[in-house]
Design a protein around this ligand. Structure first.
Ligand code: OGA
Ligand code: NI
Length: 358
């Protein structure tokens, strides 16, 4: 492992934060995307009437008179977008703000301190990095990140950053709260598929939670680069907290849509595992992150997943003579092996599992 760290350092690892702090007037060439992949900022593309994007009031799930209405709205949002925002989700605003504050302090640390956790090994439980995988990326993305396993918290928290000193406590509280919220969401999503309420949760019991804490510093040329390329998340679902606007999702017409910033709201994104378990009734959402000239944007992506070696397959209740399994089974570990050996931007892992309809 020491070797990996050393070679990354020798390889002049440069974080996006370091580039921003040095005041570069342009992005280095390795960040420049081919014109067809650029985000078309300010062109009107990606803007749309916000009122059509789903926002679900989760407190309605607790109210017998309104629960079925909320489940219906979740079904519609999952079918149409694979995405929705939630308000009244039960995570107090101070918990959210404290987590963002700890992340700000972490990314503001001197380079040497952050480099203590650098790794290009995707199996590493705590890992600091830049772009997607600095050592293999052909094009680089304007993002720094720290990712850490987060559930069960007591198993992993000692390995988390000890600087800033508040990090473990503040991010730990947010991680625990988002784990509880994800269970509640899985119940509602199971119900919205017509499955037994605990179906998805039982599948994911003792599964993993990876917290990706992303930092997108101000960028001198936001029109030619991205913070994260188009992808879908590998887990069952992702709860995303953003400090300002920047996330875009691809809608059914393959148009990019900006997700508006709503203070205190959280974004729920369906991942590949729900697409497979729902046998494609719900699709995982393809999304990307744009960057901007003036504001440092932070996000927490809490990615919930089935246990590492558990095989994931379509729910038997959704299959019958007319509906056969549309995907082969896979485990989270299979996915990690895939991304270690393949360029996941060329072909998504989930697309390799699709059975040709015959
Ligand atoms: C991710 C992700 C988007 C964002 O971490 O998987 O899609 O807005 N992040 O940071
Ligand atoms: Ni993502």
């Amino acid at each position: 492992m020491e070797e990996t760290k050393k070679s990354l350092l020798d390889d002049s690892f440069t974080s996006a934060m370091a580039l921003t702090n040095s005041g570069v007037p342009q992005v280095p060439d390795r960040y420049v995307l081919p014109p067809s992949q650029r985000p078309a900022l300010g062109s009107g593309i990606g803007t749309r009437d916000d009122t059509t994007l789903p926002v679900i009031d989760l407190s309605l799930l607790q109210q017998p008179l309104f629960r079925s209405r909320a489940i219906h709205d979740i079904n519609k949002a999952c079918k149409e977008f694979g995405f929705f925002q939630v308000v009244n989700h039960g995570i107090p605003l101070p918990v959210v703000k404290d987590a963002l504050d700890a992340a700000t302090q972490f990314f503001d640390l001197p380079v040497e301190e952050k480099m203590l956790m650098v790794s290009s090994n995707v199996h590493q439980p705590v890992r600091y990095g830049t772009s997607i995988n600095h050592s293999t990326d052909k094009v680089h993305y304007w993002r720094d990140f720290i990712k850490h396993y987060s559930y069960p918290l007591s198993k992993w928290i000692d390995m988390w950053p000890s600087n800033p000193p508040c990090y473990k406590d503040k991010v730990g509280k947010y991680a625990e709260a988002s784990h509880l919220l994800h269970k509640q969401l899985l119940e509602a999503i199971s119900e919205s598929l017509g499955l037994e309420k605990h179906y998805l949760q039982e599948q994911t019991e003792e599964g993993s939670q990876v917290m990706a804490v992303n930092c997108y510093p101000p960028c001198p040329e936001p029109e030619v680069t991205l913070g994260m390329p188009p992808h879908s998340d590998y887990g069952s679902l992702t709860i995303l907290l953003q400090s300002s606007e920047g996330l875009q999702i691809m809608d059914a017409n393959k148009n990019w849509v900006c997700i508006p910033y709503i203070e205190g709201a959280l974004i729920v994104q369906l991942g590949d595992q729900v697409e497979v378990m729902s046998n494609g009734i719900y699709k995982s959402v393809i999304h990307r992150a744009t960057v901007n000239r003036d504001v440092k944007r932070l996000s927490f992506a809490s990615i919930h997943s089935l246990p590492l070696h558990k095989k994931i397959s379509p729910a038997p209740e959704l299959l019958d003579g007319n509906n056969t399994a549309a995907y082969g089974e896979f485990s989270f570990n299979d996915f990690l092996n895939y991304i270690s050996g393949n360029d996941f931007l060329q072909e998504r892992f989930i697309d390799t599992l699709k059975k040709s309809s015959s």
